[in-house]
Design a protein around this ligand. Structure first.
Ligand SMILES: NC(=O)c1ccc[n+]([C@@H]2O[C@H](COP(=O)([O-])OP(=O)(O)OC[C@H]3O[C@@H](n4cnc5c(N)ncnc54)[C@H](O)[C@@H]3O)[C@@H](O)[C@H]2O)c1
Ligand SMILES: N[C@@H](CCO)C(=O)O
Ligand code: NA
Length: 818
C-alpha cells in the first residue's frame, strides 16, 4: 500500500490535475494498491477565509467572490470530464456550493464567525477538489471512490488545529479500508469530532492527513507530491545554488521545516516517524526527478550539514541587569509570562555570566512582549536589578541543520568564520545539545549574503562565487579580464569557483551587474549598458549590493580611487590593486588601511605594487611573520629603466628606447613617473614600510637620472621631445659606464632606515650586472640570510606578469574565504 498526497498547486488547474491523473494511472498500472489525499485547489482555502470574513463584516460582495470560486470549479469539471458525463458531477458540486452559500448567508446575518464555523467553511475546499477528481477518475474507468476524511479522522474540538485521537482514527480507517477495494480519494486537512462537528488539522494539514492514513494502513511509503523538486539545501529563491537533498532524516526534516522550509508540515512527519514509514517528497511537474526521501537514516554523508533555513522577520528581545546574576527563577518567570500571553519564543540564548538573556519572537508581538515583561519585572526594574528590556527589530535567524554535525568538529567554526569573513555580525547564537541545529541571529540586511556565503562553504562541490568589481580596464585591467576568461572553465571544473564580474568601470562608463558581466563581451556590455562613471556612486552601490565574497580591484593609477579603499575595507570588502598610490602616500594612511583590513577580517593585497608578479611583498611578509629581521634591501625595481639600460646603445636613440618600453607595456600610464625615479621611490618606500620602517615619501633620497629639461617637461609629448634633444647626455652616461667596463643600473637601497635611489655603474662581478629585458632584482639581507642574501629576480613589468600577479592575489582571497 502506498499513500499519495497532492498539494494545492498539483490540483490547482485542469492541466495539473491531468498530471495527477497520469501519476495515479501509472501506479495503478503497476498493480500498486494506492490511497490518495487531495488538498483544496491552490488558493481556494485562502479565498474561502476571505469570503467568510467579508460575509461576517456584512460586505455583500462576498457573493461575487463565491461565484468566482464556483466558476473555477465548474470550469475544472468542463475541462476534465466529457460533456455527456458532466451532469452528475455538476449536480454534486452545485449541491456543495448551495450548502456553503447557506452557511455564509447565516454568517452574514449573525455577523459572527467562530473558529468552528470557519473550519466548516474551509472544509469545502478539500471536499470540492476531491469530489471532482474522484469523478474524473471514475470517468476514466478507474474504480475510485470519494472518501470524506471527516468520517474517519476523529479529533477533539480545538477548531483550527484539532488534536487527533489516533485510537479511534486508526480503527475507523482500517475498518473502512477492509470494506472496500476501490481507490479511496480522501479529503485532506479535515476531520471531525465524536459529535460529527467538522474540524481542521492546522495549516498544511493535508500532509498530516497523508501521514495519518499512511501510518494507520502501514503503508510502504507516503508520497508528498508538490510543485518543487523535493526538499532543498536552502530556499532556492534566496540561494540560486540550492539543490535537492536526496535523503534526509525525520529529525532533520523537522528542523528544516520548523525554520521556514515550507515543503512539509512538521507535525505531519510524526505518525510516519512513529511507524518508521518512509516519506518521499516529489514534484508533480517533474515526475522523473528523484525528489527527497525522508526516513530514519540520513544517508547523505557528503556534507557536514544537510540544509540551511531561515526566518526572515524576527525581533530580538534582550533583558539584562546585574541583579539577574545567580538569581533563580528569573527565566522561569520570563518565559511563563510570555507563554501566558501566547507569545511564542523561537530561539533563546543566555550567556553563562547570567547577566542577560535574549530571545527572538515574531516582530508583531514585540511591543506586547515589552509591555507584559515590563509589568512582570516592574519591581526588579525599579530596584535596578534589571536595567532594561531592549528590542531589536529587522533581524533574521539562519539555522544550519544536519545529523552530520554530531560527528564532525569544526562545523560551528566554519559557520562563524564565513560570516566573519563576509563582515556579517552575529547578534546571538544558539545550539541545541542535540547538535542538530546551530542558529544565528543576524541583521536582516545581511540575510541573503549570509545564506549564500554559508551555502557556498558547506556545499563545496557546488560552485562558489567571488564577486569582482574592477575599476580601470586599461592594459592591466583588460589583460586580467582576459586571463580570467581563459581560466574560467578550469576554475569552475577543478576549483568549483566562479569569478563573477559583478561590476566594471572605465573613465567614461560604469556597470554593475550582480548576475555577472559575460567575460567575452564585457567591452560591449560596458559600452551599451553602462552609465556615466562616478566612482563614489560605484563604491556606494557595491556596499549596498552587499554580495558575499566581494572584492574591489583597482587597476588604475588614479589618486582619487584610493580614497575609497578604507570605506570598502570597512564594509568588509577586500581590495586588490597594482595601484601604488595608496601605499606610497602618508604613512598614517598606509597604516590605517592595514588596520581596517585586519579589523574587518578582509584582505588588502598589492603584491604587484613592487616587481609586478614577482613574489616580493609576499616574501617580506612571510619573513617578517616568521620573525626574521631585515638588514638591507638592494634592488632594481623599475622594469622600464631595466629595459632601457638593457637596450640603449650606440645605434638607438634614448627617446626611442623609452617609446619601446611604453609600447611593451612596462611604463606607468605616464612614463615620466618611471624616468623621474618617482616609481622606484614609491616602491622602495613600500618595501621599507613592509619591513616595519614608518617612512614618509619625502624621506626617500632620489638622485636624479634625468637632466632638468626632461624632468620638467610639462606634457608627455613634450617630454619625448626633450629626451630627443638630450640624447648626448644619455650617450655620455653610457660611455662612462663602458669605460669602467660596467653597465648602468638604477638601484634602490634600504639600509639603517634610510632609503636611496640612484644611478650606478656596476661591473661584471656585481650580482645586478646580468639582467635582461624588464628584469627586476631584489636582494634581501636579513639575519637569517646574512652571508648570502635571498634574491628574487625576473621580469618586473608588463601586462601578462602584472595581471597574473593581480589574479594570484584574487585567488588567495578565494582560498582565504574557503
Ligand atoms: N604596466 C605594468 O607593468 C604595471 C606593473 C605593476 C603595476 N602597474 C600598475 O597598474 C595600474 C594600471 O596600469 P596600466 O599599465 O594598466 O595603465 P593603463 O593606463 O593602461 O590603465 C589604467 C586605466 O585606468 C583607467 N582609469 C584611470 N582613472 C580611472 C577612474 N577614475 N575610473 C575608471 N577608470 C580609470 C584609465 O582610463 C586606463 O584605462 C597602475 O597603477 C600601474 O602603476 C602596472
Ligand atoms: N612602470 C613600472 C611597472 C611595474 O610596477 C615599471 O616599469 O617597473
Ligand atoms: Na610583486
Amino acid at each position: 500500500m502506498k499513500v499519495l498526497k497532492f498539494g494545492g498547486t498539483s490540483v490547482g488547474s485542469v492541466e495539473s490535475i491531468k498530471q495527477v491523473i497520469g501519476i495515479l494511472e501509472t501506479n495503478i498500472a503497476q498493480g500498486q494498491r494506492v490511497a490518495v489525499v487531495f488538498s483544496a485547489m491552490g488558493g481556494a482555502t485562502n479565498r474561502l477565509i476571505e469570503i467568510a470574513r467579508m460575509a461576517t463584516a456584512g460586505n455583500q460582495e462576498y457573493f461575487e467572490l463565491l461565484k468566482a470560486v464556483e466558476e473555477r470549479h465548474f470550469a475544472t469539471i468542463r475541462g476534465l470530464i466529457n460533456v455527456k458525463q458532466q451532469s452528475s458531477t455538476f449536480a454534486n458540486v452545485k449541491g456543495l456550493f448551495n450548502e456553503l452559500e447557506d452557511i455564509l448567508r447565516g454568517v452574514s446575518l449573525i455577523r459572527e464567525l467562530t473558529a468552528r464555523t470557519l473550519d466548516l467553511i474551509m472544509s469545502f475546499g478539500e471536499r470540492l477538489s476531491t469530489t471532482i477528481i474522484a469523478e474524473v477518475l471514475k470517468n476514466k474507468g478507474v474504480n475510485a471512490e470519494y472518501c470524506d476524511a471527516r468520517k474517519l479522522i476523529r479529533t477533539n474540538a480545538t477548531f483550527g488545529m484539532a488534536d487527533v485521537d489516533f485510537d479511534v482514527t486508526n480503527r475507523q480507517i482500517l475498518e473502512h479500508f477492509a470494506k472496500t477495494s476501490a481507490l479511496q480519494c480522501i479529503t485532506g486537512f479535515i476531520a471531525s469530532t465524536a459529535d460529527g462537528i467538522t474540524t481542521t488539522l492546522g495549516r498544511g494539514g493535508s500532509d498530516y492527513t497523508g501521514s495519518i492514513f499512511g501510518s494507520a494502513l502501514d503503508a510502504d511509503v507516503i508520497e508528498i507530491w508538490t510543485d518543487v523538486d523535493g526538499m532543498m539545501t536552502a530556499d532556492p529563491r534566496k540561494v540560486p545554488n540550492a539543490f535537492t537533498i536526496p535523503a534526509i532524516s525525520y529529525a532533520e526534516a523537522m528542523e528544516l521545516s520548523h525554520f521556514g522550509a515550507k515543503v512539509i508540515y512538521p507535525p505531519s512527519l510524526q505518525p510516519a516517524f512513529a511507524k518508521n514509514i518512509p516519506l518521499k517528497v516529489l514534484n508533480t511537474f517533474n515526475t522523473s526527478f528523484e525528489g527527497t526521501l525522508v526516513s530514519r537514516s540520513a544517508n547523505h554523508k557528503e556534507y557536514a550539514i544537510t540544509g540551511i533555513s531561515s526566518i526572515d522577520d524576527m525581533a530580538l528581545v534582550n533583558i539584562q541587569g546585574s541583579g539577574m546574576i545567580g538569581v533563580a527563577g528569573i527565566s522561569a518567570r520570563l518565559f511563563s509570562t510570555l507563554s501566558e500571553n501566547n507569545i511564542s519564543v523561537i530561539l533563546i540564548s543566555q550567556a553563562s555570566s547570567e547577566h542577560s538573556i535574549c530571545f527572538t519572537i515574531d516582530p508583531r508581538n514585540a511591543e506586547r512582549a515589552r509591555e507584559v515583561l515590563e509589568k512582570a519585572f516592574e519591581a526588579e526594574m525599579q530596584s535596578g536589578d534589571i536595567d532594561s528590556i531592549s528590542i531589536e527589530k529587522n533581524v533574521s535567524i539562519i539555522a544550519i541543520v544536519g545529523e552530520g554535525m554530531r560527528k564532525s568538529s569544526g562545523v560551528s567554526g566554519k559557520l562563524f568564520s564565513v560570516l566573519g569573513k563576509n563582515g556579517i555580525n552575529i547578534i546571538a547564537t544558539a545550539q541545541g545539545s542535540s547538535e542538530l541545529n546551530i542558529s544565528v541571529v543576524i541583521s536582516k540586511n545581511d540575510l541573503s549574503k549570509a545564506l549564500n556565503a554559508i551555502h557556498g562553504v558547506f556545499f563545496l562541490s557546488e560552485t562558489r562565487s567571488l564577486n569582482l568589481f574592477i575599476v580601470g580596464v586599461g592594459l592591466i585591467g583588460s589583460t586580467l579580464l582576459e586571463q580570467i576568461r581563459s581560466q574560467s572553465s578550469f576554475l569552475s571544473d577543478e576549483k568549483f569557483l566562479k569569478l563573477n564580474i559583478a561590476g566594471l568601470s572605465n573613465t567614461r562608463k560604469m556597470l554593475l551587474e550582480p548576475g555577472g558581466i559575460p567575460y567575452n563581451r564585457w567591452r560591449d556590455e560596458l559600452d551599451e549598458q553602462g552609465v556615466k562613471t562616478s566612482i563614489p556612486a560605484f563604491v556606494q552601490r557595491i556596499i549596498e549590493l552587499n554580495l558575499p565574497n566581494s572584492v574591489f580591484v583597482d587597476c588604475t593609477s588614479d589618486k582619487d580611487i584610493v580614497k575609497h579603499y578604507e570605506t570598502l575595507l570597512d564594509a568588509s570588502i577586500s581590495v586588490v590593486t597594482p595601484n601604488k598610490v595608496a601605499n606610497s602616500g602618508r604613512y598614517s594612511e598606509y597604516q590605517r588601511l592595514q588596520r581596517t583590513a585586519l579589523q574587518r577580517g578582509v584582505k588588502f593585497l598589492y603584491e604587484t605594487n613592487v616587481g609586478a608578479g614577482l613574489p616580493i611583498i609576499n616574501t617580506i611578509q612571510g619573513l617578517m611573520a616568521s620573525g626574521d629581521k631585515f638588514i638591507k634591501i638592494e634592488a632594481i625595481l623599475s622594469g622600464t629603466l631595466s629595459y632601457i639600460f638593457n637596450t640603449f646603445g650606440p645605434h638607438v636613440s634614448f627617446a626611442n628606447v623609452v617609446r619601446e618600453a611604453k609600447a611593451m607595456g612596462y611604463t606607468e600610464p605616464d612614463p615620466r613617473d618611471d624616468l623621474s625615479g618617482t616609481d622606484v621611490a614609491r616602491k622602495i618606500l613600500i618595501l621599507a614600510r613592509e619591513v616595519g620602517v614608518p617612512m614618509e615619501p619625502e624621506e626617500v633620497k632620489i638622485a636624479q637620472l634625468l637632466p632638468d629639461n626632461c624632468l620638467h617637461a610639462p606634457t608627455v609629448e613634450n617630454f619625448f621631445a626633450e629626451l630627443e634633444s638630450s640624447n648626448d647626455f644619455f650617450e655620455n652616461l653610457l660611455q662612462e659606464a663602458q669605460a669602467q667596463q660596467g653597465v648602468l643600473r638604477y638601484i634602490a637601497t634600504l639600509e639603517n632606515n634610510q632609503a636611496t635611489v640612484q644611478l650606478r655603474v656596476v661591473n661584471a662581478k656585481h650580482p645586478f650586472y646580468n639582467l635582461s629585458g624588464s628584469d627586476n632584482i631584489v636582494s634581501f639581507t636579513t639575519e637569517r640570510y646574512k652571508d648570502r642574501p635571498l634574491v628574487v629576480k625576473g621580469p618586473g613589468a608588463g601586462a601578462e606578469v602584472t595581471a597574473s600577479g593581480v589574479f594570484a592575489d584574487i585567488m588567495s582571497i578565494s582560498s582565504y574565504l574557503g
